[in-house]
Design a protein around this ligand. Structure first.
Ligand code: ATP
Ligand code: MG
Length: 456
């Protein structure tokens, strides 16, 4: 049977570092996308004007242009193309500027391939979702925009979002990893009167203390060595819009007092500045930690906690809302098959039952990844339990990519091993053969990757 219905999603990579382009093209083409790489903006633009891709991933700093200029041109000639920027910490302000003029998101370098994969999926998904569902989203009680859920807990969340989206209050979203915090934050923004202004995500845990301050508040010219010109911080750039403070629990304690001041006074001082600048931003924060406990332990300021949680939204883990699992499976299977350009497979009860009895430590993100693997690897037009990772039946942890790989080479190696292992349907003998290593060596490598199920 030939898949003639839908084309594979086309992704272009633009970076002036050949190695980066090669690495990304190589890795992402294995995920079922059609890839092309470019090292100059001129070349990429010429190509985009002829054959626009679904997605462009571009570095901010390029030899012959910058990512923001590229974005501007792409928006003009290929408005459907989604743009994601890759940026070093020094150019986050430019990435933020890019979001203001229509980029989907940015990813801070260095990043793990899996994090980029996630951003890509989220981007493509948000588009295919709106294409698939059109206007019906508003009439379907089981969903709020892109958020799906029929469980009482999710219905309650939809109600809260409706009530508070248009208010200008700060909101704290709490929930385990992968429960949909960012999705909810984006929905709140989209249903507020700030929707035409930027939604700017910032990961409070991803940078050192000085960098967090510099990125959020900006600096005056001459504030420190290297501050050659005035730089607007993210809070100032987001004026009129929403700042999404992700992993707010990771905010260094000394930063918390500064954040509190901004929220209370609605103004900020750039580093090295003396005159405060008024700002108008709504703050939506998210955390997967129990901030109340952190307050009790003294690692999070109580006053800041109260300021952030004017409204608190708690996203329940997926294991407490099983009613949502079948809906989510159906949703992801359709979405992912369409993305891959495959016919949408049917779902066998063995597949559904196995997932219903799993506890999903990684929540919806994990479910999404499991379905993606299943759809990518399925040979039959029906998904059965055999299309699920075998670990699902052994332990509570699904195969996860490496935690903190020590070097670039190691990342390459681990990704390759993981890929082959996945492709062979998690068959160790076959993987070892294909890699040309002994089974013992393979076992050791898999153990590093946490891919060996615990013997119980
Ligand atoms: N209720 C839902 N319906 C449909 N898709 C969902 C739902 N919840 C989450 N998702 C999808 O699951 C993925 C993870 O969601 P999101 O990034 O919002 O979670 P998160 O809580 O921010 O996770 P993390 O803690 O890992 O940052 C996204 O692709 C999102 O679109
Ligand atoms: Mg998140």
């Amino acid at each position: 049977m030939k898949d003639t219905i839908v084309q594979k999603k086309r992704i272009y990579i633009l970076d002036d570092e050949v190695i980066t382009v090669r690495r990304l093209v190589h890795a992402l083409s294995k995920d079922g996308y059609e890839l092309e790489g470019f090292v100059t903006a001129a070349e990429a633009i010429a190509h985009i004007s002829k054959t626009p891709p679904d997605l462009l991933i571009t570095d901010v700093r390029l030899g012959d242009a910058n990512g923001v200029e590229v974005l501007q041109q792409v928006k003009g000639m290929a408005p459907q193309t989604i743009v994601i920027l890759m940026t070093g910490y020094a150019s986050i302000d430019q990435a933020v500027q890019a979001i203001k003029i229509g980029a989907f998101n940015y990813i801070a370098k260095p990043f793990r391939l899996d994090d980029l994969r996630q951003v890509i999926r989220d981007a493509l998904q948000s588009v295919s979702h709106s294409n698939l569902t059109g206007d019906q989203t508003t009439n379907n009680p089981d969903r709020f925009g892109e958020i799906i859920g029929r469980s009482p807990a999710m219905q309650e969340i939809f109600k809260t979002i409706r009530q508070v989206a248009a208010l200008n209050c700060n909101i704290l979203i709490q929930g385990e990893s992968g429960t949909g915090k960012e999705l909810v934050a984006r929905a709140l923004h989209a249903h507020s009167d700030r929707a035409n202004h930027p939604f700017i995500p910032f990961n409070c845990g991803a940078f050192s203390e000085e960098l967090v301050a510099n990125e959020l508040f900006g600096h005056e010219k001459g504030a420190f060595t290297g501050a050659v010109s005035t730089k607007f911080g993210l809070l100032e750039t987001a004026n009129g819009g929403t700042v999404f403070l992700d992993e707010v629990g990771e905010t260094p304690i000394s930063m918390q007092i500064k954040m509190l001041r901004v929220i209370q006074e609605r103004s900020l001082l750039r580093i090295g500045g003396v005159t405060p600048t008024m700002i108008d931003v709504r703050i939506i924060a998210a955390t997967n930690q129990d901030i109340e406990k952190m307050v009790a332990a003294g690692s999070f300021r109580q006053d800041l906690f109260y300021r952030l949680k004017v409204v608190m939204i708690e996203l329940p883990p997926l294991r407490y809302r099983q009613e949502d699992i079948p809906l989510l499976i159906e949703h992801f299977v359709t979405l992912i098959a369409t993305q891959f350009g495959k016919p949408v497979p049917k779902i066998d009860s063995s597949f559904l039952n196995a997932l219903l009895s799993y506890s999903f430590p990684g929540n919806i993100r994990e479910l999404q990844n499991i379905i993606e693997r299943a759809v990518a690897l399925a040979r039959e037009p029906m998904l059965t339990a055999r299309d699920l990772p075998p670990d699902l039946f052994f332990t509570d942890t699904c195969p996860l990519p490496p935690e903190k790989p020590s070097s670039q080479l190691k990342i390459f190696e681990q990704e390759h091993i993981y890929e082959v292992y996945r492709r062979t349907g998690f068959n160790q003998t076959e993987t070892a053969q294909q890699l040309g290593i002994s089974r013992t060596t393979l076992w050791r490598r898999l153990k590093e990757l946490n891919l060996v199920p615990d013997k119980k």
